[in-house]
Design a protein around this ligand. Structure first.
Ligand code: 13P
Ligand code: SF4
Length: 311
């Protein structure tokens, strides 16, 4: 069976759209209707006219899509596609943390569960975190969660002093500075480009820091020919497509002696699972109405601020 043809057929029959994150397998990015970073994907989910959204990404992304489009059917090809960063902020503990800091505005990264979004005032992604924080008055007291590296980075570029929840992503937090510097010594002309979910020592040696969409844009607009890419390896597919004459090196992870900075959750998405979920319309993501209504306030606030800023 030609999976790609069958997926196309089912998509048309069922008025479905496939949204894919830059971290999923290349063959999925190539058949998706839209490939983007977390911000662009939530914007697409909010405006699509399709009846069914197949989310080739991870659970919090599909959940966000469902909250933004409650009347649409949202499918996640593999329910085990979670996120270690979202898992690093359990709702009960996060609520206790928030309660310790009264009169603080809570800004949460989109990589969170609906429960955390419902406890938050504004959501952000790595594409707009700096701007969302800067949209608040300078003296505003802010709690930022769950990513400590992104929170510290935003504090450093905005001069704010946000209280930060100590969560992290198991891929970005594990990149090895020694490994990156070794790679740089082998390729001295390569620029180091990193995602702000990486640790501070890595960001300090980076030539450019940005979300996946920003890293991609930089890679094709910049004049260099070689890049050491410090984020999940899936982004290299689009980088190579956009700049076929440039060379991209995958940054190594800490304890593992390989060049495979893969997010095992993102890689659970396969063409076969996309075909099966389109065929059976399962597994479907549903969010309790009360929870969804609460969580939608902070997500919509992010979308409004982003739109006003032209992001
Ligand atoms: P962005 O899509 O905002 O770059 O975030 C990367 C990420 O880790 C998504 O899980
Ligand atoms: Fe979550 Fe990290 Fe995977 Fe992104 S790369 S989905 S933050 S575990």
């Amino acid at each position: 069976m030609d999976l790609v043809k069958e997926i196309e057929k089912l998509k048309k029959e069922k008025n479905a759209v496939i949204l894919a994150h830059f971290y999923v397998r290349p063959e999925i990015q190539d058949i998706a209707d839209f490939v983007g970073d977390s911000l662009a994907l939530s914007q697409q989910a909010a405006k699509t006219n399709a009846k069914i959204i197949v989310f080739a990404g991870v659970h919090f992304m599909a959940e966000t899509a469902k909250i933004l489009s409650p009347d649409k059917k949202v499918l996640l090809p593999d329910l085990n596609a979670g996120c270690s960063l979202a898992d690093s902020a359990p709702a009960k503990e996060f609520k206790e943390f928030v309660d310790k800091y009264p009169n603080h505005t809570v800004i949460s990264y989109v990589n969170t569960t609906a429960e955390i979004k419902a406890l938050s005032d504004i959501i952000c992604t790595s594409s707009n975190a700096k701007e969302i924080v800067e949209s608040l008055p300078e003296n505003e007291k802010i709690i930022f969660g769950p990513d400590k590296n992104l929170g510290n980075y935003v504090n450093s570029v905005t001069g704010r002093n946000m209280v930060i929840w100590q969560g992290q992503c198991h891929v970005h937090d594990e990149f090895s500075l020694d490994g990156i510097l070794k790679l740089k010594s082998q390729h001295p002309y390569a620029k180091i480009i990193a995602h702000p979910e990486c640790k501070k020592p890595i960001l300090l040696v980076s030539d450019f820091i940005g979300s996946t969409a920003a890293l991609l844009k930089y890679s094709y607009e910049d004049v260099a020919n070689e890049y050491i890419v410090v984020t999940e390896s899936g982004i290299l597919h689009k980088m190579k497509q956009k700049s076929p004459n440039k060379t991209f090196y995958v940054a190594p992870l800490g304890n593992i002696n390989c060049a495979c900075s893969d997010c095992n959750f993102m890689k659970l998405n396969t063409l076969e699972k996309i075909y099966n979920c389109l065929l059976t319309e399962m597994p479907e993501i549903n969010v309790d109405k009360n929870l969804s209504d609460k969580a939608s306030i902070s997500i919509k606030r992010m979308l409004e601020i982003s739109e006003n800023l032209g992001l």
